[in-house]
Design a protein around this ligand. Structure first.
Ligand code: MTE
Ligand code: MO
Length: 407
């Protein structure tokens, strides 16, 4: 007689975390059965998100923050955007989760369990900025297809895990290794098991950076299901699509990884600027690497009203991909004149930096806009308005703007 199989301890604790209570007869849940509490169509409850988050799509789930919700120095789960290309895996067996290393350029294929990773390698925690390549897409004209992100597809949480570099050293790479590509447990929308929703990666040099992690904790807790539980690749400062969630395999490639969404117009921009709407040949498209300089005013909320003569405190964050932010400025006259803000150093490389200032120079009652502009360590500043058009609407790093009324 075949033994009835039940849900594993690991998946049970994940389920409990989602429903927010101990599942009393949890050990009796048949394997593959999805408790009703997990079929909850309310994404805020399902993913533990704040009600102020905006749902852009429910199949797959794509949810963004509003600027003022991102005010924390370390982004908590409830304000972290979700960008899924496929369906969140519904059965996660942490006890038997494994990470396989394979590919043309691996010396010998090797597999690690989660406990192998946690016990064999030193653990590190870094605060890392993850911004979707399509953040700001909604402003492009002609419009670009895809989720119409405004400004909220960015986060900077604490990630804890082991260095991918340490694990790659243990695995052993061939000298012709040029790229790594991740594979994950989420499902393609078509439910075709042959198809992966996304399988991207980074060049070996990025994979070997200190801050590139195989992470199992976010903000000191198990990574929330929507953000890649139980194991996630984190490559901060690059389009967040490089940071694979729910990863179970890493291929070490002797060429640029060619997984799903590595080709065509996906996460690529014209190598040279093009006119809006122009057709671009595939060979003239380049893979996005380090993200461009950008900033966000997180306080006050756009639309704030202040009394004439009062001082306005503003604050927010700025980030510059692989680089550091070296200067932060604001303007209240639509970019005619700029004033320097206080800017903090990053807590570690690839973490966003905080800025703040007091604005006391509103001279009359009326409508104003506060514009924020960051400059990176190479001297490159954010464009005031929309930068170069590209077919998929990536890399809009225009200055963030908030409206203020002085009454
Ligand atoms: N397996 C897997 N990893 C993935 C994705 C996905 O759909 N599946 N989306 C990617 C994209 S495009 C982005 S922007 C980030 C979003 O991370 P978050 O949902 O944790 O904010 O995850 C990346 N990693
Ligand atoms: Mo993304």
């Amino acid at each position: 007689m075949k033994r009835r199989s039940f849900i594993t301890k690991g998946s049970l604790s994940a389920f409990s975390a989602i429903v927010g209570a101990k599942i009393v007869f949890g050990h009796k849940i048949p394997l593959g059965y999805k408790p009703l509490g997990l079929q909850d169509p309310d994404p805020f409850r399902l993913f533990g998100k704040d009600k102020g988050m905006n749902v852009l799509n429910n199949k797959p789930w794509n949810i963004e923050a509003q600027a003022h919700l991102l005010d924390d120095k370390i982004t908590p789960n409830k304000f972290m955007f979700i960008r899924n290309n496929g369906l969140v895996p519904d059965v996660i067996d942490v006890d038997n989760w494994s990470l396989i290393f394979d590919g043309e350029s691996v010396q010998k294929s090797k597999t690690y369990s989660l406990s192998d990773l946690k016990s064999k390698f030193k653990q590190y925690t870094y605060q890392l900025t993850l911004e979707c390549g399509g953040n700001g897409r909604s402003e492009f004209n002609p419009p670009a297809k895809g989720n119409q992100w405004t400004v909220g597809a960015v986060s900077c949480a604490n990630w804890t895990g082991v260095r991918l570099r340490d694990v790659l050293n243990d695995v052993g790479l061939k000298s012709n290794a040029v790229y790594i590509g991740y594979h994950a447990a989420d499902k393609h929308l078509s439910l075709n098991p042959e198809k992966e929703p996304i399988s991207r990666g980074v060049p070996i040099a990025k994979a070997l950076q200190n801050e590139t992690l195989l992470a199992f904790k976010m903000n000191d807790k198990d990574i929330p299901l929507a953000h890649g539980y139980p194991l996630r690749l984190i490559a901060g400062g690059w389009p967040a699509s490089a940071s694979g969630k729910w990863i179970n395999r890493i291929s070490i490639r002797n060429k640029v990884h060619d997984g799903a969404k590595m080709n065509g117009t996906s996460y690529r921009v014209p190598c040279e600027p093009v006119a809006p709407g122009e057709k671009v040949a595939e060979e003239d498209m380049c893979i996005i690497e380090s993200m461009p300089i950008k900033s966000l005013i997180t306080y006050p909320k756009s639309g704030a009203i202040i009394k004439n003569g009062a001082t306005l405190n503003i604050r927010g964050h700025a980030w510059a991909g692989e680089l550091e932010v070296s200067k932060m400025e604001y303007s209240i006259d639509f970019g005619a004149t700029w004033h320097v803000c206080t800017l903090e150093k990053p807590v570690n490389r690839l973490a966003w930096q905080h800025f703040s200032t007091k604005i006391g120079n509103f001279q009359k009652k009326g409508y104003y806009e506060v514009w924020a502009r960051a400059t990176d360590s190479k001297g490159i500043s954010q464009p005031m308005l929309l930068p170069g058009w590209n077919p998929k609407g990536y890399l809009n790093n225009a200055c963030h703007r908030i409206a203020i009324k002085v009454v």
